[in-house]
Design a binder for this molecule. Structure first.
Ligand code: MD6
Ligand code: FE
Length: 154
């Protein structure tokens, strides 16, 4: 797990999960998001504000992500856009309540998911990845890049 952009999503024993502008161990800023990602966000979301955070998550063959809502951002009107790279994954999308029915999609390398109102707060997760289903990464596995606008201001 790592980040690009002005703000990163971090966690440690002391502080739990939170957004912060520096790496909790090195205290350094996160590297900039490549211009290409800014352009992709602009083109696909048409949102008025630029993304501030890009979370980089790596999934090995056994990794999964439980059903969750993304609700830690100040700006809950802003879309969240993610890019999948490497092995395929089974993405589960539900509704605004945890008990709502869910459906699943296979996300392949290069696929993009955008959660925006009215599904901005929909429950979602990764059931499993499909090991060996892409040749993009020599080490196998899957990267997910999740881009977000955190603050409401400029
Ligand atoms: C993943 N994605 O694809 C996990 N969240 O590995 C997310 O949790 C997610 O793809 C918000 C918006 C899009 C996403
Ligand atoms: Fe999410």
């Amino acid at each position: 797990m790592s980040n690009m952009g002005e703000i990163g999503w971090v966690s440690d024993k002391e502080g739990g999960y939170r957004y912060q502008t520096t790496h909790p161990q090195t205290k350094r800023s996160w590297p900039q998001m490549p211009e290409l990602l800014h352009e992709l966000w602009q083109e696909l979301t048409k949102f008025s504000l630029q993304p501030e955070a890009c979370l980089i998550n790596y999934y090995d063959a056994k990794a999964r992500m439980g059903l969750h809502q993304d609700s830690d951002e100040q700006n809950l009107q802003a879309p969240i856009m993610s890019i999948s790279l490497g092995d395929k994954a089974r993405f589960r999308l539900g509704g605004l309540k945890r008990q709502d029915p869910t459906r699943t999609f296979i996300l392949s390398s290069g696929d993009i998911v955008i959660l925006e109102p009215p599904l901005r707060m929909a429950y979602h997760g990764i059931d499993r990845i499909v090991p060996g289903s892409s040749r993009l990464l020599h080490e196998g596995g899957r990267f997910n890049l999740t881009m977000r606008r955190i603050t409401s201001g400029q």
